[in-house]
Design a protein around this ligand. Structure first.
Ligand code: GAR
Length: 190
């Protein structure tokens, strides 16, 4: 790999995955997190970005839907969705073909789609009574949670698990796998 690869992370909330990814690539020879973008001005991810010394920006729905948004991504090679809740507009999927990676906190194709994010997913999983959950790292296309799967990892659900305890188990899996899968995928293409 002889080219430097710049990542932009899009995150809507706390940003613990964004922070974990940024730290993983902090000393990487070829891949770095260039910026963190959020649709929420008060998302905790901005605080984390400040601590990490990575520029962070907020954008509105209108800005995101307008193709001029691409100007903010001029030096960016890959977009990483780390707890980002909006559907990615078509123009952006086209501009970054197979270069947008999402993490979903369940085993797709189950428990995915519109409205299935964060705690909603874990509640649905617990209510379904299934005995395992996990994470899905996948490429992003024009539909929610439908792109090619790059990696899945599983965890067991035990009798007294709740949506809250499942969040913690899922975060452990996300922290362990997401940065490594991003790195391996990018390296396999460059
Ligand atoms: C993560 O669990 C991620 O998988 C999920 O949001 C959480 C964000 O946590 N993403 C989705 O639900 C996307 N549909 P974080 O802000 O602490 O990284």
């Amino acid at each position: 790999m002889n080219k430097n690869i710049n990542l932009a992370i899009l995150a809507s909330g706390s940003g613990s995955n964004a922070e974990n990814i940024a730290k993983y690539f902090e000393t990487h020879p070829h891949i770095q997190v260039k910026e963190i973008l959020s649709n929420k001005a008060n998302a905790f991810v901005h605080e984390r970005a400040k601590q990490l010394d990575i520029p962070s920006f907020t954008f509105s729905k209108n800005e995101f839907q307008d193709t001029s948004f691409i100007k903010r991504l001029e030096d960016i090679d890959y977009i990483i969705l780390a707890g980002f809740l909006w559907l990615i507009p078509k123009y952006l999927v086209k501009a970054f073909p197979n270069r947008i990676i999402n993490i979903h906190p369940a085993l797709l194709p189950n428990f995915g789609g519109k409205g299935m994010y964060g705690e909603n997913v874990h509640k649905a999983v617990i209510e379904s009574g299934i005995k395992e959950s996990g994470i899905t790292i996948h490429l992003v296309n024009e539909e929610y949670d439908k792109g090619e799967v790059l990696h899945q990892a599983k965890c067991e659900i035990i009798g007294d698990d709740t949506a809250e305890s499942l969040v913690k188990k899922i975060h452990v899996l996300e922290f362990e796998h997401f940065p490594r899968v991003i790195e391996e995928y990018i390296q396999s293409r460059n």
